[in-house]
Each structure stands twice: as C-alpha cells, then as structure tokens.
Design a protein around this ligand. Structure first.
Ligand code: KG4
Ligand code: ZN
Length: 334
C-alpha cells in the first residue's frame, strides 16, 4: 500500500501552524508559530492582529513543515486546512494558502472542522476505537460528543453560555493574571486549596449540557465581596476552588455520558485538555470506572496542524474533497 502524505494547515485563531502527517497517524513535522506575545498586551486575541500575523508567517511555516519532514510539494498527496469554526479573517489566510497549493499542484484539497482536529489529536497518540465519547474543552467549545465510527459525530451536550476555556481566561483576567489565563490559573491553583465554596452547575437531571457563566460570576462576586469587607483572600485558593468546580462538573458529566452510552473508551480534546487538574481527575475517574482514556500530550492539546492532518486522513479515505469554493466558515458546525 502507498503511503499517504498530507500537508495540513491551521490558522483558526492565534497560532499559525503547518504539519506533515503520514497515513493519518505519523507526524513527520508539526510547526506552530504562536502569537501569544503580540496579543498579551491586549489581554486577549485581537482578530485583526491575528490575521496580519498569519499573513506574515504562513509561507514560512509551510516551508518549515516541508523541510522538517524532509519532503517537497511533489511528495504531498493532499492539502488539508481548517475551514472553521474560528475567526473569519484568520481562517481565510489558511484556506487561501491551501487552495493556492492545491491549484498549483493539482492535488486535492480537504476542509477540516477544527473540533474534529482536536478529537483526532488522540488518533496520533493511540489509534481511535469505537464507540467512544470525547470531551472537547477549548476556548470556544465545551462539548460531549459520541462517535460510533470514524468521522461521524453526535453532539450529546454543549455549553449554554461560556466555554470552559473562556471562563478560565475571564477569571484569570479578573485575578490580574496574564493571557492566556488557562495555564496561569492552572499553575496558581496548584499552590492553593479549594477551600472556597463555589457552585457546581449540574443543570437538569440527566443533561449533558454545561454552563460556566454562573461559576465565573461567583468568582467575581467572591473577589468583590472580600475587597469590600477588607478581608484577606488567597487568590491561589480562589483559583483552586474555581478549578475544582469546573473540573468536577466536566468529569462527572463525562463519566455519566460514558455510562449512559456504554462506551469502553473516552478521549479528551482541546486546549483545556492541557489542564493538570482535569487530566488527573479524569484519569482517576476512568480508572475507577474501567474505561480506557486517551489524553494527548500538551503540544497536541492546544491548536496545531498535525491534528488537522489526522482528521483529514479520514476524509481523504472517503474521497471527501473540497472544491475551489472552499471558504473560511466561522460558525461551521460539526
Ligand atoms: O484549543 P485551543 O488552543 O484554542 C481554541 O480552539 O479555543 O484552546 C485555548 C484555550 C484557552 O482558553 C486557554 O486558556 C485554555 O485553552 N488552556 C487551558 C490550559 N492551557 C490552555 N485552560 C486550563 N488549563 C490549562 N493548562
Ligand atoms: Zn482549538
């Protein structure tokens, strides 16, 4: 059987990324140019700034990905790119680059859903087996997804307000921590005790939906009240308490969904999968429940192009190719 070489591109938010993935599972290169330093002084991602950086970086990053994989464009079988969801201006840079390469070489183009990419980061670690449930946690998504086979996604629940990563970033800003807030809170939480009583948002009995805005507000209120009363408040304890609440709900709902759908396997996906508290708690819970759990290494949890190449291989095998009308679709659903 011939090897299939996919050059994948990801520019949905603030990382300019390109990777070469062989046969959907073997990462030959995975180059990520982060823009974090440029967005830090604004306290979050500025869409216009992100687009400009992508324009400046994209050609270099693609060349670097090819060079690191020690291949040329001739060796590439298909070009894959994140088509959505994400920032429209940012998405367009990657989409146009991939379209240009496809047009110039006559090789097929594959449009990939960003969340499919996050889930398939797990396929790079340990071949996916079905059925499975994926907990997707990122800056824009908090979802429980059931997969009965490759490339088929059934949404069991999603956030009704803030995504969990968004809640992390907002709480971090209130605590005066630098952007991105997730890693900063994670680190601070490790030196505190979850001693402050914060709500758990379970929603209706049996619901697999999430809600994090109430938790976020109660962190802000706790901080505000302490300030007004002039009482000392250990921010590390507040960070630890916030993390404890978020993690408990994520883990319990994932365990309940795995039970309800009787799946032998759970995979964790998205930037918040880098969270040490979530990794530990979900690992312990799945061990206890006797389900196999896969969690990607940190560099495959946050945005990267190798995960896009992994998800693209499934579409390649099905002949699910994009036409020259491929566009950036900010609200694309899975
Ligand atoms: O998947 P991702 O890189 O980009 C999106 O598709 O959104 O996720 C970014 C999110 C941010 O909200 C960031 O704060 C969060 O992931 N994040 C973390 C950690 N590392 C990144 N949240 C909690 N703990 C972490 N260690
Ligand atoms: Zn992402």
């Amino acid at each position: 059987l011939e090897d299939t070489m996919i050059l994948a591109i990801e520019t949905s938010c603030d990382e300019t990324a390109a990777a070469v993935v062989k046969n959907g599972r073997e990462v030959l290169s995975n180059v990520v140019a982060s823009q974090i330093d440029s967005h830090k002084r604004f306290g979050g991602v500025v869409p216009e700034v992100a687009s400009r950086h992508h324009v400046e970086q994209i050609t270099l990053i693609i060349e670097e990905a090819l060079a690191e994989a020690d291949i040329t464009l001739d060796d590439v079988d298909a070009f894959a790119v994140t088509e959505g969801p994400g920032l429209v201006g940012a998405l367009l840079i990657g989409v146009h680059a991939a379209k240009g390469l496809s047009l110039a070489t006559g090789k097929p183009l594959i449009g990939v859903h960003h969340i499919a990419g996050h889930i398939y980061a797990n396929h790079l670690v340990d071949e996916l087996t079905f059925p499975l449930i994926s907990l997707v946690v990122s800056g824009g998504h908090t979802e429980l997804i059931y997969m009965k086979e490759h490339g088929v996604y059934e949404m069991l629940g999603e956030t009704r307000d803030d995504a969990v990563g968004e809640a992390y970033d907002k709480v971090a800003r209130t605590l005066g921590l630098p952007y991105p807030g997730g890693p900063a809170i994670d680190k601070l939480a490790a030196s505190g005790e979850p001693a402050i009583d914060l709500p758990r948002s379970w929603l209706e009995e049996g619901s697999f939906d999430f809600s994090f805005s109430g938790l976020k507000s109660s962190v802000l209120n706790t901080l505000h009240n302490a300030k007004q009363r002039g009482t000392e408040l250990e921010t590390a304890d507040l960070a630890a308490s916030f993390q404890a609440s978020a993690v408990e709900v994520l883990v319990e709902k994932t365990a309940a969904a795995a039970e309800a759908f009787d799946v032998p396997r759970v995979v964790l996906a998205g930037g918040v999968a880098a969270n040490s508290g979530l990794r530990d708690a979900l690992t312990r819970r799945m061990e206890k429940d006797g389900r196999k759990l896969t969690i990607p290494p940190l560099h495959l949890c946050t945005d990267n192009a190798a995960m896009i190449g992994a998800a693209a291989m499934v579409q390649y095998n099905r002949g699910d190719f994009a036409g020259d009308d491929l566009n950036g679709r900010p609200g694309l659903s899975l």
